[in-house]
Ligand binder design. Structure first.
Ligand SMILES: Nc1ccn([C@H]2C[C@H](O)[C@@H](COP(=O)(O)OP(=O)(O)OP(=O)(O)O)O2)c(=O)n1
Length: 154
C-alpha cells in the first residue's frame, strides 16, 4: 500500500514537471504520465494513408504509376538535402535541428509513398521485406573473412 501511494505521488510530480516543459507531440505520447516513444507498424501507416486519401477523394489519383512517380520525386527532394555537402558523418553531429527536421520530413515522404504504393498494389510490404532479408542472407552467407575484408562481393 505504501509503495502504491509513493508511486502515485511520484507520477503526479513527474506530470506537473512535464507540463512546464515544451513537449513534442509529433514524436511522443503520454502514457501514465510518462512520455514514451512507440513502435509504428507499416500496417498502421498503410491504414492512415488509405484514410488520408479516402477523406480527400484522392483515391482516384493514387494509382500505382502516380504513386511511383511521386515516390521518385520525393527521393529527388531527399537527395537535394545531401547534394554538394560532401561526406556526412553518421548521426549528423554538425547538422542544425532545422536541417534534421527537413531530413525527417523528406525521409517520411519517401516512406509514405512507398508504403502507399505497396498497399494499392495489394502487397504486404512488411512481410515482403522480411522475406527479402532471408533471401539476401542466403545470397550473401557470412564467412570468416567478412569482418576483415572491405569488398562486398558484388
Ligand atoms: N496526392 C497526394 C499528395 C500528397 N500526399 C502526401 C504524401 C506525402 O507525404 C506528402 C507530399 O506532399 P507534397 O506533394 O506537398 O510534398 P512536400 O511535402 O514534399 O512539399 P514540397 O514539395 O512543397 O516541399 O503528402 C499524398 O498522399 N497524396
Amino acid at each position: 500500500m505504501l509503495s502504491i501511494n509513493w508511486t502515485c505521488t511520484q507520477l503526479y510530480w513527474i506530470n506537473q514537471t512535464n507540463k512546464q516543459k515544451p513537449f513534442s507531440y509529433k514524436k511522443m505520447e503520454y502514457s501514465n504520465g510518462f512520455p514514451r516513444k512507440r513502435d509504428v507498424s507499416l500496417q498502421e501507416l498503410s491504414k492512415r494513408l488509405a484514410e488520408f486519401a479516402q477523406v480527400r477523394g484522392w483515391e482516384q489519383y493514387h494509382s500505382p504509376r502516380n504513386l511511383l512517380l511521386a515516390l521518385v520525386g520525393e527521393v529527388g527532394e531527399l537527395s537535394e538535402i545531401f547534394q554538394w555537402k560532401g561526406e556526412v558523418a553518421k548521426g549528423l553531429p554538425n547538422w542544425s535541428s532545422d536541417d534534421k527536421e527537413h531530413l525527417e520530413e523528406e525521409l517520411s515522404d519517401v516512406l509514405l509513398y512507398l508504403v502507399r504504393l505497396a498497399d494499392v498494389c495489394g502487397l504486404d510490404l512488411g512481410q515482403a521485406a522480411l522475406t527479402k532479408i532471408v533471401k539476401n542472407a542466403k545470397k550473401y552467407p557470412v564467412t570468416t573473412t567478412d569482418h576483415t575484408t572491405t569488398s562486398n562481393r558484388n
